[in-house]
Design a binder for this molecule. Structure first.
Ligand code: GLV
Ligand code: GLV
Length: 319
């Protein structure tokens, strides 16, 4: 059997495939959509492992041969895949939930702390040799103790961030289409039916929504205007959930205290205006990037491929 991997992933996953006598083809570099399409047309692949940076739309799915049975995304988010088109061709689509929850949550917490304590600005200050003496009002940040954390999207990751932040003495409010009783029990979190209530109430907002038609620009200019002047906005989900232009304007006009972003609207493009702002912390979509987690993501993607190619059901199907 043949499996296409669109870009190099950790060996841990490739070894699992090869151990099952699967012929693995890993494309070089960062292939564009057309390269993936031409590769799919060249060989009768049985499965593929793709990255969140690959656009697996209807056109790519249409190029898959009749052998194709699974597309395993090397990510938990799967907005890059036309799931309905795959389903129509009876191709399973899977993701890598669970294994990256802790790692992404810890990164989100790091971003919250970095924005609140102005760690990155302070680091640059010292490196640029600007530290000329202790000052009562140098680089003042924001305390988290007793403040309210607003979680948008209380799934696995959002819930874990909330749990960790209760250790910092934060109160939790959340918006989700579903109630999360486990979260409420663990943290006394309060659910709001309207996201607006969370935005008006919270001092720190952490975004954990999946990207889909309903959540594109979920945080638009109108909603961003509801944030408190001392608010911090953190996004480790997907860039297009926030109207990036509107956020830049809010930051430039000091309508909020700061933001910390791991994801951007048009990755890998990060607008110059954003890069120039001192009150933002920026990381290059590395929230899940721990050695262990990236290996486990590769293993899970491979295990999903094997489960399906052996005639079983996928371990982590997405809907
Ligand atoms: C990373 O962004 C992921 O969805 O796994
Ligand atoms: C993603 O895994 C989430 O549920 O937050």
């Amino acid at each position: 059997m043949k499996v296409l991997v669109t870009q190099h992933i950790p060996e841990a996953g490739l070894q699992i495939l090869r151990g099952e006598n699967i012929e693995v083809t890993v494309l070089k570099g960062r292939p564009r959509k057309n390269r993936i399409i031409s590769e799919l047309k060249k060989e009768p692949y049985d499965g593929m492992i793709v990255l969140l940076t690959d656009t697996i739309d209807g056109e790519v799915i249409a190029a898959t041969g009749s052998n194709m049975r699974i597309i395993a995304n090397y990510a938990v988010g799967f907005n890059n895949i036309a799931v309905a088109a795959a389903k129509e061709k009876h191709i399973a689509v899977t993701n890598t939930p669970g294994v990256l929850t802790e790692t992404v949550a810890e990164h989100a917490v790091a971003l919250i702390l970095a924005a609140a304590t102005r760690t990155i600005e302070a680091d640059a200050f010292v490196r640029n040799n600007k530290f000329t003496g202790w000052e009562p009002e140098l680089l003042l940040g924001i305390d988290l103790q007793g403040k309210t954390l607003g979680i948008l999207g209380a799934g696995r990751i959002g819930s874990r961030v909330a749990e960790i932040m209760t250790g910092f003495g934060m109160n939790i409010v959340y918006y989700d289409v579903r109630a999360n009783q486990a979260l409420e029990q663990a943290t006394e979190a309060k659910q709001y039916d309207a996201p607006e209530e969370v935005l008006k109430t919270a001092d720190v907002i952490s975004v954990h929504l999946p990207l889909n038609e309903q959540t594109h620009h979920f945080l638009n200019a109108e909603r961003l205007a509801l944030l408190k002047p001392a608010a911090i906005l953190v996004n480790t989900s997907r860039g297009p959930v926030i109207d990036e232009k509107a956020l830049i304007a809010a930051l430039q006009e000091r309508k909020i205290f700061g933001a910390a972003l791991d994801v951007f609207e048009h990755e890998p493009k990060v607008p110059r205006a954003l890069r120039r702002l001192p009150n933002v912390v920026l990381t290059p979509h590395t929230a899940s990037a721990s050695i262990t987690t990236r290996n486990r993501m590769a293993e899970i993607a491979a295990q999903n491929v094997i489960a399906v190619l052996h005639g079983g059901t996928p371990l982590n199907p997405v809907e």
